[in-house]
Write a protein that binds this ligand. Structure first.
Ligand code: ZN
Length: 909
């Protein structure tokens, strides 16, 4: 997952951090805790209420819906307008050039005998229909600030740039930016801004969503989930945490009644509510580091999670202009938060499903970002200082007398050496950051305004820098309940990577063994299905060359434990790592967690941290191995309770949308402008698709409706030549007779006369009913694999006739033409010997044996890791589901050219 921010400061990393707060920073109104080159101090009002009032202005939701029933575009378009829109949609969907538009325009005019709208006019029309009129906001040409809110009236950038001092290493210079807002042109009547960005109106898109009956129906998911949970709770029944609507934060908001209310559940309520998550991510438009563009989007939590992250259901707020990253991100978001202030008061919206107006109240309930983005949005100082954990009040420890307070050991007897007065903590009962204390500190910070030393003291003591703009949301309680951890970053890029480095650093994986580890990892690709993820590289050689997120996932979920066992790593280390894997598996699974599951998860996390410190912390210096990311594992059960799901904190899906936008950009001269315009047009197009679903349906969208499943090409068919039978077919058919699964057919076979093949067809692969993945077979792969290092998809997991799971290596699939019996798969069985650490199933493949079962018993495709006599089953893990195909590098079997029919002919007799 390339965020484009890989070279940014790693907030977990202790290198380069500095717990001393610079006086000069405070004087200069610079955020002294941010490593960014540009930062400006955002003066915020004294309290949340004041902030909300400021953003809201004098808006009030009218008592009655708007009298003018807005134009019914579906019936009132002229022929010219209709064809112009059809043409524009076609052109948009094919990402055509302006030149292409001109050609299309003249061609269609000739064919239809109509005068069609120019590109300019059709754009205007589509904006009239969708209501998407973007706001143009002046920004500093250096991207320090947007001229909004407190900066609105300024004509010069007020930010103080923090630049590296070329004279003194590690020191910074503070120089005012002072970039003028306008191009100096004395003759101009109206001053012309140097630089602008586009902010999209989000409520227009939401209005469009409700104008579509199907989407309006989909938007009732969170409501119905909440109703269900409240019902279960009222009856004292158990429920599973699964999605935002099941979490305690959502219920807390409901009980407070300032944002969400129970009345909105009532059948004929005129008011309904929407829960939104703001998410931000960077994208690089060129390979140069200087082209850092940020995209801010909204995720609508009211959609069912299976469709929530589709790009058509995500709302783009703004795209910042590169090449520099935004300095004061909140000033860029000011217009958006002002729109949301109105949105949370209520807006009249037309609902196509009910055919009526209703008042919609929309609330931003979550802020999702990687750590760089979070630091700009949450108003906390990050990991520096004595209170570096933003969820708890655990005081950090230092490893040496002069060492920095950056580490979070919990159990080691070595803690007391250099941290004699640090309290002992009970991992089951950590002192958490509380709402009460948070607002008390915000009050103290406000009271100390003008007194930099006092503000600095409060910030150092509390970890709180200022009230974030996000606090203007009525659904903001305090930062812990608004800004969740990013699961992928925490589990894989932080903990996963650190545990690998520690194996090497601690000497438990000496260089020679690490080399073998890397080679085994590389070789294991051949038995990992390509539909799982892309190839996993040799970590020994490629650790530092942008090891991808799916590669870390593969290491953690599948390979680390089996490979360590294979090469004889200290078993205590392996057992400890296996506990980590169990934590990750639980945290990322799809099926939800009951209260009991969460208690179990907490016990595993504590056991992991305890053994971790026992193994790796052998002296006081080793305290430096107790990193903050490991402590954060302890917060996972809490996160699941709060937000219903740990994976909700991920912005991986957002990255996909950003990547797509970036790939469409073709203007090398003005890429940022092009990208911002594309973002607007994409939103206009998606809104048009919602408002006028029938004007020009997208022909590339499969199956028409998004809910209609694609008819799967099930099995490719290869007729067995009647005259020439390969020997293996004979064996398979004998196994079928032995199995008794085809009794009618078997009874027709006469003893000693050879097997009668008539009426039997065999296939090389089969698409499972259960997870719609194609299982291949030895028959399908034997030809293709010669010479290449192809990856295989022929191992499967199935439900045995005794109800137990079984595994096999598929040989071929068989079906009777008269369909008198179920289709079968012939396979080499896999004998399960034992479970390793409760996670891995190990055994042996019996290649001397052939068995058969009904194909419909196949549950899933699996990979294997084989070493000497041990074979480990690798199942597709839940975290991969969160990555889109682009990010996971997975290829679906259907898309592979190598599997052309003619190659499947076999001549081996
Ligand atoms: Zn500036």
């Amino acid at each position: 997952m390339d965020t484009g921010l890989d070279d940014g400061p790693d907030l977990w990393d202790d290198a380069g951090s500095d717990s001393e707060i610079d006086d000069e920073d405070m004087r200069n109104n610079v955020n002294p805790f941010d490593d960014d080159e540009v930062e400006a101090f955002f003066r915020l009002p004294e309290s949340q209420a004041k902030l909300q009032a400021e953003l809201l202005g004098d808006y009030k939701c009218p008592d009655e819906p708007p009298p003018d029933h807005s134009r019914d575009w579906g019936t009132s378009l002229t022929d010219e307008e209709r064809w112009s829109i059809k043409m524009w949609l076609t052109w948009k969907r094919s990402n055509g050039t302006v030149n292409a538009y001109t050609h299309l325009h003249s061609l269609l005019e000739e064919a239809l005998g109509l005068k069609l709208l120019s590109l300019h006019m059709v754009r205007r029309l589509t904006r009239d229909i969708t209501g998407i009129y973007p706001t143009y906001v002046d920004v500093c040409p250096n991207n320090c600030i947007a001229f909004t809110g407190p900066f609105k009236e300024l004509s010069q950038c007020p930010a103080v740039l923090k630049v590296k001092d070329p004279g003194k290493k590690g020191k910074y210079l503070h120089t005012p930016c002072l970039a003028p807002r306008y191009i100096s042109n004395l003759s101009a009547v109206k001053p012309e801004p140097q630089c602008q960005m586009i902010v999209l109106p989000v409520m227009a898109k939401i209005k469009a969503m409700f104008r579509n009956a199907e989407t309006s129906q989909e938007l009732r998911y969170r409501d119905s989930m909440m109703k269900h949970i409240l019902h279960l709770l009222a009856q004292g029944k158990e429920f599973a945490y699964r999605d935002y609507g099941t979490g305690t934060v959502q219920r807390e908001l409901l009980y407070r009644g300032r944002s969400f209310t129970k009345t909105s559940f009532e059948p004929n309520s005129r008011t309904r509510e929407l829960a939104l998550a703001i998410t931000t991510d960077g994208v690089q438009l060129t390979m140069k580091k200087e082209s850092d563009t940020w995209v801010l989007m909204l995720i609508v939590l009211d959609f069912p999670d299976i469709i929530r992250y589709l790009i058509e259901n995500i709302i783009i707020i703004l795209v910042t202009q590169g090449p520099k990253p935004p300095g004061n991100l909140e000033s860029f978001l000011y217009i958006f938060f002002a729109e949301m202030a109105q949105g949370s008061e209520g807006l009249w919206i037309w609902d196509a499903l009910d055919n009526a107006y209703f008042v919609l109240k929309s609330f931003v309930v979550l802020g999702l970002a990687d750590q760089l983005g979070s630091a700009k949005l949450n108003g906390l100082v990050g990991h520096i200082g004595r209170l570096g954990d933003r969820f708890s009040e655990i005081i950090s420890a230092r490893p040496t007398e002069k060492g920095k307070h950056l580490y979070y050991p919990l159990f080691s007897p070595h803690i007391s050496t250099w941290n004699p007065n640090r309290p002992a903590y009970d991992p089951k009962n950590l002192p958490l950051q509380t709402e009460e204390k948070y607002w008390e500190i915000i009050d103290r910070l406000n009271a100390a305004e003008g007194n930099l030393n006092e503000q600095k003291r409060i910030t150092t003591e509390s970890g709180i820098l200022r009230l974030p703009l996000a606090a203007s949301s009525k659904a903001f309680i305090h930062p812990s309940l608004f800004f969740p951890s990013d699961p992928f970053h925490l589990l894989y890029e932080n903990c996963g990577a650190w545990l690998w480095d520690l194996l090497i650093q601690s000497g438990f994986l000496p260089d020679m063994q690490a080399k073998i580890f890397g080679q085994l990892l590389h070789d294991a690709n051949s038995t990992l299905p390509p539909s799982f993820c892309g190839p996993v590289r040799n970590i020994y050689l490629k650790r530092n060359s942008q090891y991808k997120i799916y590669e870390w996932m593969a290491l953690v979920h599948w390979y680390a434990v089996p490979i360590m066992l294979s090469i004889g790593v200290d078993l205590r280390v392996v057992a400890n790592y296996a506990k980590f894997v169990a934590i990750v598996e639980s945290a990322t699974r799809l099926t939800g967690h009951t209260e009991r599951d969460l208690e179990e998860l907490e016990d595993i996390i504590i056991a992991f941290l305890k053994t971790y410190e026992y193994i790796y912390v052998r002296s006081s210096e080793d305290i430096a191995r107790c990193r903050l990311c490991l402590l954060h594992l302890l917060h996972i059960p809490r996160h699941i309770r709060w937000f219903g799901n740990f994976r909700l904190g991920s912005q991986a899906t957002c990255e996909l949308g950003v990547g797509r936008l970036g790939r469409k950009v073709r203007s090398a001269k003005a890429p940022f402008k092009h990208m911002a315009n594309l973002a607007v047009e994409d939103e206009v197009q998606r809104s048009l698709d919602l408002i006028l679903p029938n004007i020009h349906p997208n022909p590339t969208r499969k199956g028409g409706s998004r809910f209609e499943p694609r008819i799967a090409k099930t099995i490719r068919q290869y007729i067995i030549p009647k005259t020439l039978l390969p020997r293996d077919v004979q064996y398979h058919l004998e196994a079928i007779i032995l199995s008794g699964l085809w009794p009618n057919w078997s009874s027709r076979q006469s003893k000693g006369a050879g097997i009668d093949m008539s009426g039997v067809t065999r296939w090389s692969r089969y698409k499972t009913i259960h997870d719609k993945v194609t299982v291949s077979s030895v028959l399908g792969e034997s030809k293709v694999q010669v010479g290449g290092n192809k990856r295989t998809s022929r191992f499967f997991e199935a439900q045995g006739s005794n109800g137990k799971l079984l595994w096999g290596e598929a040989l071929a699939f068989y079906k009777l033409d008269d369909e008198s019996h179920e289709p079968l798969v012939a396979y080499h069985p896999f004998e399960l010997k034992k479970h390793t650490y409760g996670l891995y199933r190990t055994g042996q493949i019996h290649r001397e044996t052939i068995q058969v079962i009904e194909v419909d018993r196949i549950l899933a495709l699996v990979g294997i890791f084989a070493y000497e006599d041990n074979v480990y089953i690798l199942r597709k893990h839940g975290a991969l589901e969160m990555l889109q195909v682009d990010d996971s590098g997975a290829t679906l079997l259907e898309d592979e050219d190598e599997f052309r029919d003619e190659e499947m002919e076999y001549h081996d007799i």
